[in-house]
Design a protein around this ligand. Sequence first.
Ligand SMILES: *Cc1c(COP(=O)(O)O)cnc(C)c1O
Length: 340
Amino acid sequence: MEFNLEKTIRPHLVGMKSYSTSRPVENKNQFILLDANENPFGNFNRYPDAENVRLKQKLAEINKVETGNLFLGNGSDELIDLIMRVFCDPGKDSVMVFNPSFVMYEIYAKMNNVQVEKLQLNSEFQLDKKEFENAISKTQAKILFLCSPNNPTGNSVDDLEYFIQSFNGIVVVDEAYIEFSPLESTVSLLNQYPNLIVLKTLSKAYGMAGLRIGVGISSVEIAAFFNRFKPPYNISSESQRLALEQLEKEDEQAENIQTILAEKEKLKKGLAENKEVVKIYPSHANFFLVEFKDAEKVYQKLHEANIYTSLRHPQLKNCLRLSVGKPEENLKVLNVLSEI
Ligand SMILES: *Cc1c(COP(=O)(O)O)cnc(C)c1O
């Protein structure tokens, strides 16, 4: 595999300057800040730290990388969009995605007028290697999006390294659910593969979906491009402060993950005993893809009990995606199902 970052980035961005600020991050009160047209009064009057210094230090420690390997987004959703915009010329370039997988790859591709090449997964939601080799021999796609554990299917993609190694362009491995998985993060492969971008998020296992923080982890060279071209103040000061505060509570977070995993097993057992359930797909995430005899009916019954689930029609026929909730919530799901 030959990978050249400068040739992969959109040509006009290579030499482009970006917006930069040069104000102090710490002890702002010691300085007179007249550089950003802020209001001198108020509680939220200052722009946030554009470089996310302190939050990045903590995230680097957690992910066992350097701060230079990181770039942050307003949720990983923003990073998916930014990845398209940094590497793909509208109306010309294409990306490859697994099917079924996270729909936002396709949505952001289309918004950016980037073509989408779909790689159909087999009945176990894996991609056949022959098919992959055939597909990449015919494509100039800039980016391959892999989601593992995959959403909405829940399974991990087998042999991720093979795909990272075989693809000529950027490979994005979306690890939104990795903290629930028994498998290792591909962050450990970063030193070997300069084309790898790992996406993580604080929205799922860390329980901070409301703060909107997505984490990109890559080579220092790739991260530098994103830090240059991301919207400078994309993470609010309150989000940065609160996320840091939450990330310090490591024991509480680990405990929550254990609780969710234990609940997941109970939910699986309960579902397996239900007559409406046809199949529970293997999951390394905090949700199950479940095939029912009549998913529409199950969805309606749950809905009538004020329980929201995700109906995956028409692509995944008769399937619902069900997140693992609190113990009493999961019990209620099983109760409603048993009454059908
Ligand atoms: C939930 C999820 C995300 C997280 O998105 P945020 O914008 O960080 O909340 C990313 N990728 C996948 C596959 C997801 O399911």
